[in-house]
Design a protein around this ligand. Sequence first.
Ligand code: ADP
Length: 161
Amino acid sequence: MSKVAIYPGSFDPITNGHIDLIERGLKIFDEITVAIAINPIKSGLFSFEERIELIRGSLDNHPRVKIDHFSGLLVDYVRTQKTNIVLRGLRAITDFDYEFQLAMMNRRLAPEIETVFLMTGLKWVFLSSSILKEAARLGGAIEGLVPEIVCRRLKEKYGLL
Ligand code: ADP
């Protein structure tokens, strides 16, 4: 039976840190579903259709990576999938507290679901979508932190192209 992991997040937009994590995950799991969490209150910079397009463009239609979206509780979504594994990434220590709380709450809500953490590559330890957007908005050089397609779309969004 193939092992599938659900990798949930905002991905607003996808960065090289997310991609690094997906590539590590693919060494362990047969398939990864990148699941975009739709938050009706927080709209984000990119629409969820744009986020999907950027993820697809960045991963070059990788045959073992699926893209999906969900709203509501993560555990409810995972229960509709053929797996009980959630993949999350850890960067610097600051992630730990939040990720720990989230994993513990999810375990309480759904004891059959396991959260697996992978550590990011050193190059991406301080990379988050929010810090990236801040740098891009102010005209900072973001090349090398995101795939080419994301870099272009960020600059377009902020009127820098
Ligand atoms: P969220 O809004 O849930 O934090 P993100 O899209 O920012 O969603 O992140 C999704 C997951 O990817 C989280 O587990 C986060 O820790 C992880 N992640 C984000 N950036 C990186 C990175 N640079 N390296 C490794 N993991 C990362």
